[in-house]
Design a protein around this ligand. Structure first.
Ligand SMILES: [Zn+2]
Length: 285
């Protein structure tokens, strides 16, 4: 039995080595790329990182109304399992799709903000994590995880904030994802109150705009600190909140940042850790 296993392991090793030898230079370069997708989930949020080593990290799962489409889109990106699923905060537009996602795609680990909203959608989410026995953590500022060459750094929450304009938003996870010289700042729906707990906010190549481009999430001060090359706004056109707010839109325009909206369809970026390329027909002016 042991010998058989050894022979199999030797065969697999040979297969991997020969695969590596026969990769063309462009395929080898592709293999070192990180792919990022901001999905079009309607009014809500869902992002996918496909890491250079093939691991998948998903931030949020969009609203329940879009859940089936969200799961199908993730599958169309080649996602057969999720290595890390991050629930930025417990609002429905971020975790409403979790039930469908957890029932269709195996998840190895979950990070949650730890903010107890008490809603049915959050209770259902927690119940499902329990039923499926998925390892679950509530990382705080200072925690970092290394997945191959990619680092995920938790910038917030540090300690619970109370009495803010939205405690659910302001106790959410803010995570910096870094690959080489390129970083993505994942803000969730964090508003000014939580952002102020991080000083200074780090510089990032790509900013996943806070709170769907709401004025209390993404303003000129945030744009100055983070100084992104690319900003992504996730929202549904004609939403009842008026996202993105006109103050945010004009601050982005003044700062001359390349802007992509999920309302125009999914946003797809690639990086080799040095520069970022994008697939997009329409750039918002
Ligand atoms: Zn939201």
């Amino acid at each position: 039995m042991k010998l058989k296993f050894k022979a199999f392991a030797a065969f697999m090793l040979a297969a991997v080595v020969s695969l590596a030898l026969f990769l063309s230079p462009s395929e080898a370069a592709k293999a070192r790329q990180l792919r990022y997708y901001a999905l079009d989930v309607g009014q809500g949020d869902c992002s996918l990182f496909v890491l250079p080593d093939g691991r998948n990290v998903v931030f949020d799962a969009g609203p329940r109304s879009n859940a089936k489409k969200t799961v199908n889109y993730l599958k169309s990106c080649g996602v057969r399992k999720i290595d890390l699923l991050v629930a930025s905060h417990p609002h429905e537009d971020h975790i409403g799709g979790m039930k469908e996602l957890l029932s269709k795609i195996p998840v190895k680990q979950i990070w949650d903000s730890g903010y107890n909203h008490g809603s049915k959608v959050q209770r259902d989410f927690y119940q499902m994590i329990k039923d499926k026995k998925i390892p679950f953590g509530r990382p705080k500022r200072g925690y970092a995880a290394k997945l191959g060459d990619v680092t995920l750094e938790v910038l917030a929450p540090a300690k619970p904030l109370k009495g803010t304009s939205s405690d659910a938003n302001n106790n959410g996870l803010i995570v910096l994802v870094t690959y080489g010289d390129v970083s993505f700042l994942m803000m969730g729906d964090a508003q000014k109150e939580e952002q102020k707990t991080i000083s200074p906010l780090p510089r990032a190549s790509v900013l996943k705009a806070a709170h769907h481009g709401a004025r209390n999430g993404t303003d000129a001060e945030l744009l100055r600190d983070v100084s992104p090359d690319i900003i992504i706004l996730s929202y549904k056109r004609g939403n009842s909140y008026g996202h993105p707010h006109k103050e945010t839109v004009s601050a982005i325009r003044r700062a001359k940042i390349l802007r992509f909206d999920t309302a125009d369809g999914p946003v797809k970026l690639r990086t080799d850790g040095k520069s970022v390329t994008f697939e997009r027909k329409r750039v918002v002016k």
